[in-house]
Design a protein around this ligand. Structure first.
Ligand code: ATP
Ligand code: MG
Length: 214
């Protein structure tokens, strides 16, 4: 029997993936939220799930430790997508990559003056590309979380972060001033596994594609 390993992250991606798994006839035997297990079986003896940090999903799939995975476009842009086949935009975990500033900060004016901007973000490659394309010079400050704090304490002028409702920005007196791109999660597949286990993997790709309506 061919074994298939699917890499997922906890939280919203796991929740929003459950209906897609169901469409492929896959039901996890336990929830990663309550279980501490990192390898989770399913009702299908040939399919198991591994639970990894969202930003680690492309790495597991690239190296073939997982055959398939689900990762946000934000994560894929930073990873580069090397060795990964990306057959389906699953239309889940949707949000936007935005530039945000403190309320009252004249972002347009700063850009037009050619001011040098201090940018705090977890998404350094994405930010570098975005500001280079605009011809804006930046000092990048790499953070691993809570980007909203940076402008409030003078660490940066602006942040680049994911925004969905804007509630966190608002609560911290920040405002989104520019959209960099729309984000959703994609199915990623190891290219060698797709060749070696083509029949099994293609069935999962097809079920996910039908269930995500694309
Ligand atoms: P961690 O929380 O472990 O630091 P993370 O922030 O990357 O890691 P999640 O918060 O679970 O992990 O986010 C996983 C993915 O969900 C992100 O890569 C992104 O594609 C998407 N996402 C993040 N924030 C939102 C949001 N507010 N609304 C919708 N989708 C989001
Ligand atoms: Mg998070």
């Amino acid at each position: 029997m061919t074994q298939i390993t699917l890499a997922l992250s906890k939280g919203r991606i796991f929740e929003e993936t459950l209906p897609l798994l169901a469409a492929a006839g896959i039901t996890p035997s336990e929830s990663p939220e309550s279980s501490r297990k990192l390898i989770i079986g399913t009702n299908r003896p040939d399919v198991r799930l591994i639970i990894v940090r969202a930003s680690d999903v492309p790495t597991y799939v690239q190296h073939g430790a997982a055959d398939l995975g689900i990762a946000g476009k934000d994560v894929l842009m930073e990873h580069g997508g090397e060795g990964l086949y990306q057959p389906v935009d699953l239309n889940i975990a949707k949000c936007r990559m935005m530039v945000a500033t403190p309320v009252g900060f004249d972002y347009e004016g700063a850009v037009q003056r050619g001011a040098r901007l201090r940018v705090a973000t977890k998404y350094t490659d994405t930010a570098r590309l975005h500001f280079a394309a605009k011809g804006v010079h930046i000092d990048l400050i790499k953070l691993y979380g809570s980007m909203e704090l940076a402008p409030l304490v003078g660490l940066s002028d602006v942040i680049v972060d994911l925004v969905s409702t804007g509630g966190t920005l608002k609560a911290n007196n920040l405002v989104a001033v520019e959209e960099i791109c729309q984000i959703s999660s994609r199915l990623v597949v190891n290219q060698a596994a797709l060749k070696l286990k083509h029949g099994e993997i293609q069935l999962i790709i097809d079920a996910f594609r039908r269930a995500s309506g694309v």
